[in-house]
Design a protein. Structure first.
Length: 212
């Protein structure tokens, strides 16, 4: 019997993950059964269970993959000296992640933003998923704090701001942008870039005292 190539195994795994993502984005985790996933990917139970032990394993794999992509994107920037400015950095990483998921759709719209919101909701009642998310977001937060420190070292950012606060704010901007897409429909990451660029251009207005 001919050996199955690694390329074929990877493609099959991708097929299962994308099909599960569509199901989860469409109906949520609790309303989705493994039978729904099998129907979506048009595979037998044996073919799917060869890769994943069940629904929780699918959820963990999807979340882990996305967090890994986001983390690697920011890690790449952190290795630059200095890193790209925040407007360019956040929009480019987010745009890259969205591009890898654009073929996965629900009712003609990208499934990924809806899936993200479903994941956030599920973490409120799923301790294992919450732990996975905390670990993943914690790694991204640490990377962003290093990026903020690099900005300060390069004289690009005021030194009296706590790097961790910058990290949490930039993560909030990206997360909020994804939530908007889930609620209101697709939007290019350039919107986030331009909005951050505008905020970054704000300068304090100092009014001098007037003599009477």
């Amino acid at each position: 019997m001919a050996r199955v190539s690694q390329e074929h195994l990877d493609a099959r795994r991708r097929q299962i993950l994308d099909g599960a993502a569509v199901c989860f984005a469409r109906n949520g985790f609790h309303a989705t059964s493994m039978q729904d996933v099998l129907k979506e990917v048009d595979l037998s139970a044996g073919a799917v269970y060869r890769y994943f032990s069940g629904k929780d394993a699918l959820i963990a794999a999807i979340v882990g993959e996305v967090l890994g992509q986001v983390h690697e994107g920011f890690e790449e920037a952190a290795r630059s000296a200095p890193p790209p400015p925040p407007d360019v950095l956040v929009s480019s990483v987010l745009s890259r992640v969205l591009a890898t998921k654009e073929s996965v759709t629900v009712d003609g719209r990208p499934a990924f933003p809806r899936l993200v919101v479903q994941v956030w909701t599920e973490t409120l009642r799923n301790d294992e998923l919450a732990s996975l998310l905390r670990e993943g977001y914690g790694a991204v937060q640490q990377t962003w704090a290093r990026i903020a420190e690099a900005y300060q070292d390069a004289g690009m950012m005021r030194p009296d701001v706590t790097p961790d606060h910058v990290a949490r704010t930039m993560m909030a901007a990206a997360m909020g942008f994804l939530a908007q897409q889930a609620l209101f429909g697709p939007a290019p990451a350039e919107i986030l870039r331009d909005g951050l660029r505008g905020l970054m251009s704000v300068r304090e207005r100092h009014t001098g005292s007037q003599s009477g």
